[in-house]
Design a protein around this ligand. Structure first.
Ligand SMILES: N[C@@H](CCC(=O)N[C@@H](CS)C(=O)NCC(=O)O)C(=O)O
Length: 333
């Protein structure tokens, strides 16, 4: 765990003390967009046209934000176009590393570097930033296109469609406002909410995160009683963004981040929905519980100083979900 300050690595833990014990996530630094024709996207600069073989993804299988990008890569048939390097799940004083000693950790497949921070330094030698995954790298310009997962998945949703012929759309125009509204609440209270609970260093900061987290879960449980997916009868980006947090919940957030009022398996609708998403072809292969469990319990020594990795529950994600019978008119588009 650490950050780059003017190009120099400092092994700092998050500064919660200056925020009353609250974890405040920093804003991602690289915000360019790949577009079909290389024109600029909603932020950053242009010059990143969709091309097969040009871009590379650096991910941690442990990380829910990186996981989103891997799901969109799978669902949008981008695997043959965008290759991937996977970091080691332990994130210690050197931050994310390219150590290959854990099964599935590939090392840096582009440059053979030792640390992810060296990729950030290649993009900007004087950079001040946290060194986070995912990173979307451009081989041609040798720079980072984006390190913001919310934007990377929006690029993946459409920018390469003319190359892959895959027209699945997880952001249908007419549903965009509702998706954004859902994302806002779910990001604040669930995706980032589990981190705000887990990294809190005062009771007050913990309470501020944990109560709204379970309020949102109750609200989602109710919502999924009458809708097959979050927005209705089709899977959207909002579902996938919630998925990567809930699939980790019972194994890590429940215990390690003290989100232990309830487990997801105790919510019949959320649990059925979670199984259905896990069973969508291509998705189960993106879920790596060995990396997830190792990363969380081992990396955060302020929370788990002895680095004891517990036995964790094994919910049966492959069990029939029954959601198709419940919502006969729905379809997977
Ligand atoms: N806004 C970023 C957040 C990514 C992020 O925080 N990733 C975590 C891993 S789950 C990370 O790399 N943390 C390292 C650090 O904060 O030092 C995104 O969604 O892409």
């Amino acid at each position: 765990m650490g950050e780059l300050i003017e190009g120099v690595w400092h092994p700092n833990w998050y500064d919660t003390a200056s925020n009353g014990g609250r974890f405040v996530r920093s804003r991602a630094r690289f915000r360019n967009w790949i577009t079909a024709d290389g024109s600029p996207g909603p932020s950053g600069e242009g010059g990143f046209p969709a091309e097969a073989g040009r871009y590379h993804l650096y991910v941690a299988h442990a990380c829910p934000w990186a996981h989103r990008t891997m799901i969109f890569r799978a669902l949008k048939d981008l695997a043959p176009l965008i290759d991937v390097s996977v970091v080691h799940p332990e994130m210690l004083e050197d931050g994310w590393t390219f150590d290959r000693s854990f099964p599935g950790a590939t090392g840096d497949r582009l440059y053979g570097l030792a640390f992810l921070r060296e990729i950030y330094l290649k993009a900007d030698p004087g950079i001040s930033a946290r060194v986070t995954v995912p990173v979307l790298w451009d081989r041609k310009r040798e720079t980072i296109v984006s390190n913001e997962s919310a934007e990377i998945i929006r690029m993946f949703n459409a920018a390469f469609d003319h190359i892959t012929g895959n027209r699945l759309d997880f952001l249908p125009e007419g549903d965009l406002d509702e998706i954004d509204r859902l994302n806002d609440r779910i990001y604040g209270t669930v995706n980032n909410g589990v981190y705000r609970a887990g990294f809190a260093t005062t009771q007050e900061a913990y309470d501020e995160a944990a109560a709204p987290l379970f309020e949102t879960l109750d609200w989602l449980e109710e919502r999924l009683a009458t809708r097959r997916y979050l927005v209705g009868d089709r899977l959207t980006e909002a579902d996938w963004r919630l998925f990567t947090t809930l699939v980790r919940f019972d194994k890590v957030y429940h215990t390690h981040f003290k989100c232990n009022r309830r487990q997801i398996v105790q919510y019949p609708n959320l649990w059925g929905w979670l199984r259905e998403l896990w069973q969508v072809p291509g998705v189960a292969e993106t879920v790596h519980f060995d990396h997830i469990v190792r990363h969380y319990y081992f990396s955060h020594d302020t929370i788990n100083p002895h680095r004891i990795v517990p036995l964790t529950p094994d919910p049966d994600f492959a069990a029939p979900h029954g959601r198709d019978q419940l919502f006969q008119a729905s379809r997977l588009r």
